[in-house]
Unconditional design. Structure first.
Length: 163
């Protein structure tokens, strides 16, 4: 018996897609896409039919890999693939898991710097976490991603922490 699945793929190291490529990507059944220019990363989500996960996962990979290769004219760098039932995808969308979140103010307190310094890091440091969203007050990060960055951040010598 066929089930509906949701597949999502992440493609890294991708220049901004042309209008023709975007038009082709919209043809993925039930598909949505998002391109992050700063990270040169494409997120693509679509639905597919398959009897089991063992069939759906390779089918999703082949669809993404083959379709993107044909559109781009080169091997795509797929760095993530997730396949879940459509039912699970709907449940996650309707009842997302609660997360501890941070804006610039909370990130500044975690890092021991000013909010302005956090904004600089956000705009220039390659390892600074990507925001998961934006609100009127600015970008929003997961607390876990900021805490992880804090542990591995190599501060410039001679700089003092803000107390």
């Amino acid at each position: 018996m066929e089930k509906e699945w949701q597949a999502s793929v992440i493609v890294d190291d991708l220049d901004a897609p042309t209008d023709e490529v975007i038009d082709e990507l919209w043809r993925f059944p039930g598909g949505t896409l998002r391109y992050e220019e700063r990270w040169r990363r494409l997120y693509l989500v679509w639905r597919l039919m398959a009897p089991t996960l063992a069939v759906a996962a390779p089918q999703a990979f082949e669809t993404a890999h083959g379709g993107l290769k044909a559109m781009l004219g080169r091997e795509p760098e797929l760095t993530g693939l997730r396949v879940i039932t459509a039912e699970q995808a709907n449940a996650e969308r309707e009842h997302p898991q609660e997360q501890e979140l941070m804006g610039y103010r909370e990130a500044a307190a975690e890092l021991g710097v000013s909010r302005q310094r956090v904004a600089q890091l956000d705009g220039s440091h390659p390892d600074f976490p990507r925001p998961i969203g934006r609100i009127g007050a600015g970008p929003v990060f997961t607390a876990a991603s900021v805490q992880s960055f804090a542990k591995r951040w190599d501060r410039s010598p001679g700089r003092r922490r803000v107390a």
